[in-house]
Design a protein around this ligand. Structure first.
Ligand code: ADP
Ligand code: MG
Ligand code: MG
Length: 878
């Protein structure tokens, strides 16, 4: 025989899986002697069994419920449905993980025409008795039987209106009696049966309704969204009622032990006098701030304050507490760890360590790395946001808050920026040509593209706010306007973007800036003490590099040199270089690029102040750099002194069917070694310049897209020759490394061979994911959405590293690499380097570092520290 029902006296907070969160905490509070109205919990196990028994309450369970009910009746010396001293109950659902969408609470269960009279006599408060009765009928009808709430509320409103009342509290006994009658009529009309006046029948129907609500569509969707297993089941809590609606000396409220938005250590909450249950959140009357309770019921306030301290010390975390006052007697109805903002999470964690409530390791586990995003980007002022007009919602592609005047092409944004304006770049979708406009913009809005579209990836890299794939916005780049429904926004008008939610607003909404000082710094120091994995950054410019260092980056894991090629004064030279027909011509262009690149690298090395930096040689297909507009082609033709047709022809020649699998990366260097030779020289000369300024530099030169050891051998040889030449010329001794990206599956498979030549591997998991799955990142979001909705994929593999497939390759290649070269340096530089679950994986397989965009550096640091702590707790559990 199983035990399916536990009295609050029998449970504890450790029994959350069996009793649900609410039940376990009610038992725990009972155990430590807090004033909790007595009751019992039907287990999650019972809920799961119920589903195996054709959704029937079977005899054994019924017996255990009735047995516990009789005990409760004895304890309180009350009886369900009694005509002298009736027991009233609340029936409350309580899953293991609290879940919106589950059944609402039913209060005052057990009332019928007899019990209500008894209650009235016993309390000498007829109004209260009938107020409870009408609440019960409404809640039962709505929550258990599914009759729409508004049908009851309409009656209530009618009575209030005809009598000229503002508040429910003005209803008289006669009003309430009349309302009860009408409520019962509705019940009868809707369900063609009488309102059940047998309290035990009421109770069983309510228990069934809680069980059934576990599988209602809202709860189901919520579980899917939040990765909550469907087989947990829900518990049911049956508790004796206490009454906040007994008049001026009663009330109900909710409080947090600390401020959940700032973390400040002050009791924070609200209450209502003469109210029950959800009146506080229902917004019918405005609740009072908790501090004012001190004035009207000082004793109760002191008692409550004392209890909040006990609870916080007991749970060692900020608590969210529900309470009710019945005739100046205080009862605690719920406690749980309170939800909080990122700012509050950090402040509370640090304060609690300083108060010696928790240790540093516990503090580190208290903050969700993903939540840190909130802190690292500016936010809109809450007050201003409330009155702002939301016009559309796209994908939250890159967090932050941005406002500016809209411009519809990159050049206009650059010009606006030069004129001191704040600009938002609005495009159908972005391409590499838009880079400069993106850099100069406050934020980016695109109508097409997903979370890994060009706009999204580049914006995240820059730490720039971006809303992507905002499909109900019509962007007319030619007319320089955008339309949403009947709203038209023209060039130069203000909009505001929230990159954390994907919201797009009209106008210029005020913001507050990021402040990473004080407790944040202290917290991150602890994080750094614990973590093993190093955190580097992906940075293409000195500015990004500096930002990343400020956020704690320990080096550069990926510096993409191609972005440097797009700058206005360089792109013509780059184009000449690409289109030259002879080596000499190409050499001439490269010689012009050399000093520019040297300066780029010198600045980056300086910005890193001696930290390690991996520079990747040119990677994208060359045609990305070529002009597309007629005007640009013409200018280039003039400049190069060749015909328009000639240029057009060369551009055509360079076109590829599948550029991402085409002539790019190291394949370019096989055809045009002189490009990498120039870059290798620029890197070394830049490094020497930085060294001469006193920085201890040792460059890591990275060759992309290797798939075969012979490619690497061939390229490495001339790269090393150039490097050695430079060192000889300058008579400087400098450590340097040559390594490769592992992003082609064949490279991973032959990593043991490749490690003979490569001194480091950097896993380029964006390309590796795309090539392992065989779908292109630019096209995948069109169909991956479908995969997610059909639950074929749990997560977008471009966002969360696919451990079983791509991750297996990474793990295997690391092992093979280390077999050949014991001290090979291993890191990851894909978008995954800043995603917490992927960071944890990188720690687990023993990589040396992860590299991510500057704004994700703190997230990766925290995730890396948590990975250590999780590993430790698993070891100690085994
Ligand atoms: P939720 O999970 O939505 O918070 P609860 O089960 O906590 O639902 O119930 C909501 C509210 O109902 C409580 O905050 C409390 O005000 C009221 N309530 C629940 N049980 C009782 C009870 N035994 N006596 C008085 N009020 C109760
Ligand atoms: Mg509720
Ligand atoms: Mg509650």
């Amino acid at each position: 025989m199983g035990k399916f029902v536990y009295s609050f006296n029998e449970g504890s907070k450790e029994m959350k899986n069996l009793l649900g969160g609410k039940g376990a905490n009610l038992a725990e509070m009972t155990k430590i002697g807090l004033p909790v109205p007595p009751g019992f919990t039907i287990t999650t196990d019972a809920c799961n069994t119920y589903y195996t028994k054709d959704k029937k309450i079977w005899d054994e369970l019924l017996d255990q419920i009735m047995d516990n009910l009789s005990k409760l009746e004895k304890t309180l010396d009350k009886k369900l449905g009694d005509n002298e001293n009736p027991l009233l109950l609340s029936v409350r659902s309580g899953a293991v993980i609290s879940m919106p969408g589950m059944m609402d609470t039913i209060l005052n269960l057990g009332l019928n025409d007899i019990a209500v009279e008894a209650l009235s006599k016993k309390t000498n408060n007829e109004r209260f008795a009938y107020d409870s009765y009408r609440r019960f009928i409404q809640m039962f009808s709505d929550v258990v039987m599914g009759i729409q709430k508004y049908k009851f509320e309409r009656i209530l409103d009618n009575v209030k209106e005809s009598k000229g009342y503002k508040y429910d509290t003005e209803l008289t006994v006669d009003d309430l009696k009349e309302i009860v009658k009408e409520f019962k009529n509705i019940y009868k009309k809707e369900l063609r049966q009488e309102f059940p006046d047998n309290p035990k029948e009421q109770l069983i129907l309510a228990v069934k309704a809680v069980f059934d609500s576990w599988n209602n569509p809202r709860a189901d969707v919520y579980r899917k969204l939040n990765d909550i297993p469907h087989n947990l089941g829900t518990a049911v809590n049956i508790q004796s009622m206490v009454f906040g609606n007994m008049g001026k000396t009663s009330g109900t409220g909710v409080a947090f032990t600390r401020n959940p938005s700032t973390g400040e250590n002050i009791l924070f909450g609200e209450y209502l006098v003469d109210a029950q249950g959800e009146d506080v959140v229902a917004g019918i009357r405005t609740p009072e701030p908790i501090a004012s309770l001190k004035n009207i019921m000082p004793d109760i306030y002191n008692k409550f304050e004392n209890i909040t301290e006990i609870l916080e010390n007991h749970y060692k975390d900020m608590q969210d507490i529900e309470f009710t006052i019945e005739n100046e007697n205080l009862y605690i109805l719920q406690t749980r760890n309170g939800k909080r903002t990122a700012k509050a999470a950090i402040n509370i964690a640090v304060d609690m360590v300083n108060e010696k409530l928790i240790n540093k390791e516990e503090a580190i586990m208290r903050v969700d790395p993903k939540q840190l995003d909130q802190l690292l980007h500016p936010n809109f002022e809450e007050k201003a946001l409330k009155t702002a007009t939301l016009i559309s919602k796209g994908l939250p592609a890159s967090p932050g808050a941005a406002s500016g005047k809209v411009y519809f092409n990159a050049n206009d944004v650059v010009t606006a920026n030069e004129n001191g304006e704040k600009a938002i770049l609005v495009r159908l979708e972005t391409s590499p040509e838009d880079i400069e406009g993106m850099v100069s913009s406050e934020g980016i809005l695109t109508a097409r593209g997903g979370m890994t579209s060009h706009a999204a990836v580049v914006a995240r890299g820059m730490g720039k706010c971006c809303v992507a794939g905002c499909s109900d916005i019509k962007v007319h780049e030619d007319k320089k306007e955008l339309r949403v429904k009947d709203i038209v926004i023209k060039e130069g008008e203000y909009i505001s973007l929230d990159g954390s939610t994907g919201s797009v607003y009209i106008g210029n909404i005020p913001k507050h800036e990021v402040e990473l000082v004080g407790k944040f710094e202290e917290f991150m120091d602890w994080v750094d003490e614990i973590r093993v994995l190093k955190v580097r950054t992906n940075a293409d410019t000195p500015k990004d590099a500096k930002t990343a260092v400020k956020f704690g980056a320990e080096g550069i894991g990926l510096c993409r040199t191609e972005h440097m090629f797009f700058e206005e004064d360089r792109i013509p030279v780059v184009r000449k270089m690409i289109l030259s027909k002879t080596i000499d011509e190409r050499q001439e262009a490269l010689e012009k690029l050399l000093p520019m690149q040297r300066e780029d690298f010198a600045q980056i090395f300086e910005a890193m102040e001696g930290r390690e930096a991996t520079i990747r040689l040119l990677d994208p297909p060359l045609h990305e750099f070529l002009p597309k507009k007629e005007e640009d082609i013409k200018n280039l033709a003039d400049d190069m002194n060749i015909s328009y047709e000639d240029i057009e022809k060369r551009i055509e020649d360079l076109e590829e069917f599948n550029p991402m699998l085409g002539h790019r990366g190291c394949r370019l260097a096989v055809t045009y070694p002189e490009i990498y030779m120039m870059q290798a020289r620029a890197i070394m000369e830049g490094a020497i310049d930085a060294k001469n300024k006193g920085f201890d530099v040792s460059p890591e030169i990275m060759i992309p897209l290797i798939g075969d050891i012979n490619e690497l051998k061939y390229i490495k040889e001339f790269v090393v020759n150039v490097v050695e030449d430079v060192l000889k010329e300058s008579k400087i001794d400098m450590k340097y490394m040559v390594g490769t990206m592992i992003e082609v599956p064949r490279a991973a498979l032959t990593a043991d061979e490749i490690a003979k030549e490569a001194e480091f591997f950097s896993f380029g998991t964006n390309d590796l994911t795309q090539m392992t799955y065989g779908f292109s990142r630019d096209d995948a979001n069109k169909f991956l959405v479908e995969y997610e909705s059909k639950e074929l994929f749990e997560k977008d593999p471009f966002q969360v590293l696919d451990k079983n497939g791509v991750g297996k390759l990474v793990k295997m290649a690391s092992k093979l690499g280390r077999e050949t070269r014991k001290d090979i340096k291993l890191g990851i530089c894909g978008e995954h380097g800043g995603e917490p679950a992927s960071v944890e994986f990188c720690h687990d397989i023993g990589l040396n570092y992860v590299s991510c965009s500057p704004y994700r550096v703190p997230i990766a640091r925290l995730a890396a520290a948590q990975a250590v702590l999780k590993e430790k707790s698993q070891v100690s559990m085994a």
